[in-house]
Design a protein around this ligand. Structure first.
Ligand SMILES: *Cc1c(COP(=O)(O)O)cnc(C)c1O
Length: 359
């Protein structure tokens, strides 16, 4: 029996998804592939709230997170940092040789739009990165407020990571004027890792056209040229794309609004369990993200012992904190294909294990 993963990525992949992935290969320049690729666009565009293409990148999300910096940063990028992934993005910008400024917020705090405006007003920037749902701290930043500020600065291209929010809460790329929207397969889409999604505005592509050093693998213009033929620049992870096709059908069947409602309901369920056991949410409640909960380990539970017991007795695991929050927080995912039944089962298991460990 496989272990059910309640860590916030990778998460549990359903058997029907695995079955959908187990199909014969097709040539990535074949008509069959073009039909498959094109069939995915409406579903992906709907979730992203965009009329722009959604490119498929055979990489984890970091591939396109790094690639986007290379495609749009000519002058300087403002990196908003409020957790492990957004902190790392600043590091990655520097490793790409880009001029970058770190706009730091305490871990567990959302990105503050006023602080963003203050920094952009210096006029040094032509790009900004921030993470909608900072998975390391379970914090959801106010997307519409931040993008409203960025729109005040027409030269600034926005790169927004929605890796752990995509399909859990509404995201309207076009209405918010987001230039580059990024997601990945192994979070709420409940696929195995290895596929990243990237939607790029026309003005971001125009910027890319003026820049050298974009490389090949993550070049926006290569993605676009191939997209126009219903293809990807290089041989894609076709099995994952079969899985994506299956998941998009599933999302269509459930209805996107029902999907958001399910994520909210299951998220609240886990949140109430945590409160009942005396754990505070790590971020302020109103900024808690909806695909997972990050709790402060206020009762000093031995999280390694908890996970060991969860795994051996209930074939499940949660996350014992990420980066500098290891041991100080724990995170429980409710993303993807979870249901009331699976979350109720998890809560029963958590109750048993936490009680046995003195909490
Ligand atoms: C998981 C995650 C990433 C990194 O994704 P990889 O697939 O490991 O590259 C980036 N950003 C956020 C917010 C994430 O949750």
């Amino acid at each position: 029996m496989s272990i059910r993963l309640y860590i916030p990525g990778p998460i549990t992949v359903s058997d029907d998804t695995f079955r959908a992935m187990a199909q014969g290969m097709i040539g990535h320049r074949s008509k069959d592939f073009v039909a498959l690729y094109q069939s995915l666009q409406p579903g992906l565009q709907k979730i992203a709230g965009t009329a722009d293409p959604v490119y498929l990148s055979t990489s984890s999300s970091w591939g396109v997170m790094e690639g986007s910096l290379r495609n749009v940063t000519a002058k300087k990028v403002l990196c908003c940092m409020n957790g492990a992934f957004s902190d790392k993005w600043f590091d990655v910008a520097q490793r790409c040789g880009k001029e970058a400024t770190a706009l730091r917020f305490d871990w567990g705090k959302p990105v503050d739009p006023d602080a963003v405006r203050k920094e952009l007003l210096t006029g040094q920037y032509d790009a900004i990165t921030f993470i909608h749902s900072e998975t390391s701290t379970g914090t959801l930043s106010p997307l519409a407020d931040i993008t409203a500020v960025v729109r005040e600065f027409p030269d600034v291209i926005s790169i927004v990571d929605t890796v752990s929010s995509f399909s859990t809460v509404p995201v309207s790329k076009d209405a918010l004027g987001i230039d580059v929207l990024i997601s990945g397969s192994q979070k709420a889409l409940a696929l195995p890792p290895g596929l990243a999604l990237l939607s790029v505005s026309e003005r971001a592509r125009q910027r890319a056209a003026t820049l050298t050093g974009r490389g090949y693998y993550f070049d926006f213009l290569e993605f676009q040229a191939n997209h126009e033929k219903g293809m990807t620049p290089s041989t894609p992870a076709i099995s994952l794309i079969y899985g994506l096709s299956h998941q998009l059908k599933r999302i269509e069947e459930e209805g996107i609004e029902a999907r958001y409602a399910r994520h909210l309901r299951l998220n609240e369920k886990v949140r109430s369990w945590g409160k009942r056991r005396g754990f505070q949410l790590f971020p302020e409640e109103k900024f808690g993200t909806r695909g997972l909960n990050c709790f402060a380990n206020t009762r000093n539970v031995d999280l390694d012992a908890v996970n060991k017991a969860l795994k051996s007795q209930f074939s499940s695991v949660i996350d014992g904190g990420y980066g500098k929050l290891k041991g100080k927080t724990f995170r429980i995912s409710n993303m993807g294909d979870e249901t009331d039944a699976t979350i109720d089962t998890l809560i029963g298991a958590l109750d048993s294990v936490f009680s046995a460990n003195g909490a």
